[in-house]
Design a binder for this molecule. Structure first.
Ligand code: UDP
Ligand code: MG
Length: 309
């Protein structure tokens, strides 16, 4: 049984040595315990630091370390996708984990055990968010809430730490879309699945590659990739405004008939700005989806592999 551990890396030179050491330990434990034949696949997502050089070094040094180098930085999700395509060809199951090992590597053997017992997908779920900043915790919680509210089906507190069997990966790779939100897509696959729970740690070194700007954009991508409900809201909002304007017309008529029309500058100004803002928001939301359609119809390759070791 071949297990691939897929690790996307973007400018991770600071953590790679530690990560490799710990994952190699995991691999030898796996091999010893369950007779698995485990490999470690690093997907270098177009890093601009020494990440690829390090990966090449490890690949030379250890037989079980492989590397893929994407020609350009395509983002975490696309790098993972590239890793899964590789894993589908080379392994019976793949475990995806972030390079910073904030997720607990010691549950990987548990995942493999559950895979042996017939689960196609094993989700790693965070127990507590004690090590995250209050801000990150709060925004993450808000995100899950919004997604649920919009009808999206994702697993609470599960990021991209999971095991997938080959047939689950195959099913996933059949999704033609370019805008990837893997945790939502995988969850929609079904298949026999289960979860393992762990505590998430602090990043050992290096910086988070998801600053606020990218977090917001990832959240928006996630929502617009599975739900068209925001478009529906715009319709409701429009209807609401029509109602409001109806009362405003009645009110304006009454005031006009009474002959006291001069005051009204403030209400005019306020509604002007408000309606202007609402229209911009609505147009922007529609634009978000049109942008998605645009990038989908282009059918560009998801990523380009520059090198493989
Ligand atoms: N990552 C990537 N491409 C990117 C950004 C991030 O492959 O453009 C990888 C990164 O190397 C790490 C994982 O995605 O392995 C998650 O990133 P990070 O730990 O910085 O995110 P956070 O845990 O702060 O959400
Ligand atoms: Mg991290």
């Amino acid at each position: 049984m071949k297990i691939a551990i897929v690790v996307p890396c973007y400018n991770e030179e600071a953590v790679l040595a530690g990560t490799t050491r710990r994952l190699l330990d995991v691999i030898s434990a796996l091999n010893a315990k369950s007779g698995a034949d485990a490999v470690l696949l690093y997907v270098d997502d177009g890093s601009s630091d020494r990440t690829w050089g390090l990966i090449e070094g490890y690949a030379k040094q250890y037989d079980c370390v492989c590397g893929l180098k994407l020609a350009h930085n395509r983002g975490h999700q696309q790098a993972l996708w590239a890793g899964m395509e590789w894993a589908q060809r080379h392994a019976d199951a793949a475990v995806s984990i972030d390079a910073d090992l904030q997720d607990d590597v010691s549950v990987i053997s548990e995942m493999v055990e559950l895979f042996r017992k017939g689960n196609d997908i094993v989700y790693g779920v965070r127990r507590e968010r004690t090590t995250d900043t209050r801000f990150k915790r709060w925004t993450a919680l808000g995100f899950y809430r919004i997604v649920r509210w919009l009808g999206g089906d994702i697993l609470y507190n599960h990021a991209d730490f999971r095991l997938m069997s080959r047939r689950a990966i195959k099913a996933l790779l059949d999704f033609p879309e370019r805008n990837l939100f893997l945790r939502g897509m995988v969850y929609s696959l079904g298949f026999p699945h289960t979860s393992v729970y762990y505590d998430r740690k602090d990043r050992a070194a290096g910086e988070s590659k998801y600053p606020l700007r990218r977090m917001i954009s990832f959240a928006l991508d996630g929502i617009t990739s599975f739900s068209v409900r925001p478009l529906r809201f715009i319709v409701y909002l429009g209807a609401l405004f029509m109602l409001v304007s109806l009362t405003a017309i009645v009110w304006a008529l009454i005031v006009w008939l009474r002959g006291t029309v001069v005051p009204g500058w403030a209400s005019l100004l306020v509604s002007l700005w408000f309606i202007g803002g609402a229209i911009l928001l609505a147009v922007g939301t529609i634009g978000e989806y049109i942008g998605k359609i645009y990038s989908e119809v282009k059918r560009r390759p998801r990523y380009i592999i520059e090198k493989e070791v």
